[in-house]
Design a protein around this ligand. Sequence first.
Ligand code: FES
Length: 195
Amino acid sequence: MSDASLPPASGAAGASAPLDGRPLGRRSFYFWFATLVGALTGTLTGLPLLRYLFNSKRQTTDWITLGPVDSFTVGEMRLATFADPLPRPCDNGAAEASVFVRREEPGQDGAAQFRVLAIACPHQGCDVVWSDESGLFDCPCHGGVFNADGNRLSGPPPRGLFACIWRTRQQQLEIRAPFFSPAFHAAATDEARSE
Ligand code: FES
């Protein structure tokens, strides 16, 4: 048997498997080993983030029914409560969420119009309270005040109440969820505009 038919001889001590015909040195071996370990670690630590991003995208497509369109009276501010689409594990599936709904005068085409506002104060997330008497929303935590359209009037909140994306479908009022954080709100708004 000639030498050409024999497997390549192993190199000097410390060399590893050959690449493109040349033995892989000890330093190259450690370099590639470290790269592989780094890639695996990065993948594993990045999985929660990927899961979060995937879930965020999926959740923006959820629509929640608040009730028949005709159950809302024009000009009346009403608290609408529904099953929380983002319950925490400690809620045991029994969590509820709420939004404020005011039916507006119909549009020029006669279609029902609504203003749906998140209940969470944009300052630190406390639930705002509506007062029929003053026609204002008050935040009990730090004194934020908003008008009936959700615009900020005073206090530490950096902006007005978040408006929810809504639609009417089969004579039902629906809102898109989630709607609590600015990031979700911006994403949901962009999606609704592109539909
Ligand atoms: S949480 Fe509403 S004013 Fe601070």
